[in-house]
Each structure stands twice: as C-alpha cells, then as structure tokens.
Design a binder for this molecule. Structure first.
Ligand code: ADP
Ligand code: MG
Length: 559
C-alpha cells in the first residue's frame, strides 16, 4: 500500500473537469473561493473532533490558512492545519464525485459556455475548480492524529489520472500547490492574489494569512512573516449593521456551495429561554437534485461558534429544504449528535421558530413581485408540499402560493388577490385541475364561470391535486373544485337561474332516463346542470372521487 500508485478519475470527474475548464473560463478566480472554503471546512471539522479528542490539535492549536505565491515559479500554495486526509480519503475525495444524480446532471451540459457555466454553478465544482487555472495540482496532506510518515501526496494534471504516494509531513493538514497555466499567471502576482483573497475570505471565521513580501530574500524561511487579511470572525456573530451585502453574498456562496448570489436572506439573533443565531438564505436557483431523496439538505449547525454538523435536516421542514444557511446555538451541548437532534424538544421549538422565520422572509420577498416570481418559478412546487406537511402554518403557506387562473396564464395570482377580485355574492374560491393550461382553459366546466365573469384558478402541476386535498379553505372561504359534485353557486345564481334549472330538469326528464340507460354502469349519475352554456354534456367527478392526477400517480405506482 505504501507506494506510488497511478489511478484513473471516475468517469464523471473526467467529464466534469473537461466541461468545467471551458465553461468557467471567464470566471476563473473562483478556484480560490473553493480552495479557501475547503480549508475552512477542514479546520471546522478538526475543531469539532478536538472537542472529544484534544490531542488531535498536537502542538498547533491555532487553526488558520496560509497562502503564498511565487511569481517566478508561477505557483500558488495554500496551506491549512485542519483535519487533513489519509490515503483513502484522498482517493475518494479527490478522485470521485459521490453525489447521486451526477451523471444525469452531466448529461444536461451542452458545451454552450453560458448555459453550462450556470448549470455547473448549481452543481458546485469544489476542489476540481483548481484545474481551471492550474496545469498541475499537488496536494500534500496528513490526517490529524496520524504519524508524520503517514502523509500522502496527490498529483494530477487533470487529464484523467492522478497519482498518490506516501509522504513524510511534519504538520497535519493540507498543502495545495498549483502550477499555474501560462494564461493564468496573473494569479501569482501578489497584488492580484491579495485582492481576490480579500474578496473571498472576509466572511471566513478563521485567519487567512498572506506571506508578507520582504525586500531581501536571503535569509529565507527563518524570517517568514504572515499577515492576516480577513476579519476572521464568523460572519453571523457580527452585528447586522457591520456586515456589507457583499459579505453576506460571499458567505452564502461558501455555505451553500453555490456560484450564484442568493435571492434574499435573514439574519437573526434570538435571546431568552433559548439563545441562538440564524442566518438563512433563499437561493436564486434550485439545485439539480432538489427532488432527490438523498440530496443533502438542511442547515450548517454550530454550537458556540464551533462547527458541529453539515446538512442538519432537523431545523426546517421538508417543504423548506431549499433554504441554506447556518444556525449557531449557545445552549445545545457541544457533543450533540444527529441522533440526539432527532428527538429533542429544544430542537423542535427551534424548528418551529426557524420555519416561521423563513415564512416571513418569503412574505417579505413577495412584496417585490418580480423577485417573488423568480423564487416561485424555482421553488413554488416545493412550497406546495407545505400545506400537507405543516398543518400549523397552513394559512401562512397558502398566502405564499401563486396560481394561474382564467385571468392570468402565469402562476402569479395569490389567494388574497383572488379573494379581492371575487364577485358580489361569491363566497367560495373556485379551481379546476388538469394536465395543461391549454387543455383546461377550453374545459366545458368553465363555461358558466365565464358567463358570470367569475375567476377560476387553473391548476396544472403534478402536485396540485394533492395540495388542494390539504387546502380546504383560505381566509374563511371554501375551496371548490368546479369539476366535482353538484355545483352550488349559492348567491351567484339568481332566482331566475334557479327557476330555469328546475324547469329544465323537469323538461329533460325523459332524455336523462335514456342517457342513463345508454351509459349504464359507466357513470354513477346523470343530471341536468347549469354548468354548461355551450357544450351539450360534460363528465363530472363525484365529490369524493380520486382526481385525474391522483389516479395517474397511483396507476404509475402500480396501484
Ligand atoms: P465539497 O467541499 O463540496 O465537499 P470539494 O470538491 O470542494 O467538495 O471537496 C471534496 C472533498 O475533499 C471535501 O468534502 C473534503 O472531504 C476533501 N477536501 C478538500 N479540500 C480539503 C482540505 N483542504 N482538507 C481536508 N479535506 C479536504
Ligand atoms: Mg468545497
């Protein structure tokens, strides 16, 4: 085992490397953000493990990241004294992509730089982004707690293979050396480097240090001086007024592993019985695996500023799984585990408070219609899971939903707006579910509503029927499916309408009997109705029948 070995990258890594270098060319400096982000994560992980095993810190307890460059040699070096990796870790982390759905994702990439760069951004390139600027990357690392002789050197030119070999390494942690490509030389310039690092490190909670330039290079090593260039306070612990929007945005990219800026955020300190700080973000774009069961989701959990867990799912309900951010508790025990999180009344009450926090952040966002549309297009379908999952916030969630209607093709109509537009005498919210907008817009069920000028919500998303089965009313108004049961328009029907209906029933008695006979068991009832103004007949579902979408879902599931 302890020898030099050449291994091939997993196919997905090869594909990603190839596409990424091209797609992200005009955004090359982000490799620094990714590497600093990883170094910071590595220090976080070590600090966490050191709670139980203080010996891991050896004689080197001050966690930090040091960066230097050599303009002559055309290299950049990043070194952290974090958790480090052993040979196995290196092969797994820097040779494969473990995320499920990766190959499906890669198939979406087209070679079109603009499209691909935004897709890759959603996916997150991480460590591999080093190859955007480097012709060769060398990673020298030693896992905390292992012997000096157990270090590993990983080397690759990003062409499909990498080598691993044993390495004697004095300090624990990871040193990454990039041999820059000819056209990426600029990053070795200390001026450029400092600039980029400052941009990407201010929000990082540990010192990021740059090598000070010394006039005389004779005495070398002995007089190396490092200068901390960032604030080195965890961003969320600082006062709101002290944090620039730019910093909030950069911090988001770090926690969310996202390239794009967030749509909005909410930063709050809670004091009292429970004390914690939360910083929650709404992303601009949905991740490619929003609907994957095993996709990572949840918040980053800190206790008293010590990183504890990634993807802590217990702090938000499933229908808010797209929210990213951190929660830092002052009173949870430092040795808390995923298992303990699962059944802890304190966590439950934080969850309910954080849920409310997110819902009000969305309410605020909804005041800006354009921005909210952006949000709705990405995450509306997920939010529609809300009423079924979260009974206690049903009305609040309902207020955040947007629908198409007979007056608006796009999903823009809020229930509040609908209610405002209701006709005199109307006391119900009408809706119709179907496959496509074009199809339901020509449905005979809408005829009577058109005639009376009543708006009907038009629902065509897969989840809509399920949503409506959990949303019986809004603002005290019953939600009524116009394709079901007897249509009682209440006061919207004038006396004349009702009289005409009775007369028609009487007059068409024979016809109804004949139709009933002809259709026999295929329908359960034949009735004369005022639903239609033009079409001669329409099929209506019973009030308790399964809807079309539900039937399809069940059929697909083999029921
Ligand atoms: P991500 O950060 O999203 O997990 P990356 O591609 O950036 O993905 O990194 C892959 C993995 O490699 C990390 O999850 C981590 O396990 C490991 N890794 C990367 N950089 C370091 C580092 N400086 N120290 C320790 N482990 C690292
Ligand atoms: Mg990373």
């Amino acid at each position: 085992q302890a020898e030099k070995q050449t291994l091939g990258f997993q196919t997905e890594v090869k594909q990603l490397l190839h596409l990424m270098v091209h797609a992200l060319y005009s955004n090359r400096e982000i490799f620094l953000r990714e590497l600093i982000s990883n170094a910071s994560d590595a220090c976080d992980k070590l600090r966490f493990q050191a709670i139980k095993h203080p010996a891991l810190l050896e004689e080197d307890p001050d966690l930090k990241v040091q960066i230097s460059s050599d303009e002559k040699a055309n290299t950049i070096t990043l070194e952290d004294n974090g958790i480090g990796m052993d040979r196995e870790d290196v092969i797994a982390n820097l040779g494969t992509i473990a995320r499920s759905g990766t190959s499906e994702f890669l198939k979406q990439l087209t070679g079109d730089q603009k499209k691909d760069s935004s897709l890759i951004g959603q996916f997150g390139v991480g460590f591999y982004s080093a190859f955007i600027v480097a012709e060769e990357v060398v990673v020298e690392t030693r896992k905390a707690g292992t012997a000096q002789a157990d270090g590993v050197r990983w080397t690759s030119t990003g062409d499909g293979e990498f080598t691993v070999e044993p390495l004697e390494k004095a300090g624990r942690g990871t040193r990454i050396t990039l041999k820059l490509k000819e056209d990426a030389k600029e990053f070795a310039s200390s001026f450029r480097l400092r600039n980029v690092i400052q941009k990407y490190s201010d929000h990082i909670g540990l010192p990021i240090q740059l090598l000070k330039e010394t006039e005389e290079k004779e005495s070398e090593e002995a007089t190396q001086e490092w200068e901390t260039v960032n604030k080195a306070n965890a961003l969320w612990t600082r006062g709101k007024s002290d944090i620039k929007d730019e910093e909030y945005k950069e911090f988001y990219k770090h926690v969310a592993h996202d390239f794009e800026e967030p749509l909005t955020w909410s930063h709050n300190k809670v004091e009292g019985k429970q004390e914690y700080t939360s910083l929650l973000y709404v992303p601009k774009r949905a991740p490619f695996d929003l609907y994957h069961r095993e996709a990572p989701r949840g918040l980053k959990l800190y206790v008293q500023r010590v990183f504890i867990l990634d993807n802590a799912e217990q702090f938000l309900p499933l229908y808010l799984r797209f929210i990213k951010g951190v929660v830092d508790s002052s009173d949870l025990p430092l040795n808390i585990s995923r298992e303990i999180l699962q059944q802890n009344p304190q966590i439950d009450s934080m969850k309910s408070a954080l849920t409310k926090r997110v819902l009000s952040m969305l309410e605020k966002l909804a005041k800006d219609e354009d921005k909210y549309q952006e949000f709705w297009k990405e995450f509306g379908q997920v939010l529609k899971e809300g009423p079924g999952e979260d009974f206690s916030n049903r009305e609040k969630i309902a207020g955040l939903l947007r629908f198409s209607s007979t007056q608006e093709d796009e999903q823009k109509v809020s229930l509040a707006q609908y209610v405002e537009r209701m006709k005199e005498g109307q006391d119900k919210i009408y809706y119709l579910v179907g496959e496509t907008l074009a199809q339901i817009k020509s449905s005979p069920h809408l005829e009577v509503f058109r005639k009376k000028g009543i708006e009907v919500l038009l629902l065509t998303d897969r989840i809509d029927e399920w949503l409506m089965s959990h949303l019986n009313e809004f603002d005290g108004k019953e939600m009524v499916d116009v394709a079901r049961g007897d249509l009682d328009l209440g006061e919207l029907d004038s006396e004349e309408d009702k009289k005409a209906q009775e007369e028609a029933s009487e007059a068409k008695k024979d016809l109804v009997e004949r139709v009933k006979k002809a259709l026999e068991e295929r329908v359960s009832e034949v009735k004369v109705s005022t639903r239609l103004t033009e079409s001669p007949a329409v099929l209506v579902m019973g009030a308790g029948d399964l809807g079309v979408q539900m039937r399809k879902i069940l059929e697909a599931a083999g029921q």
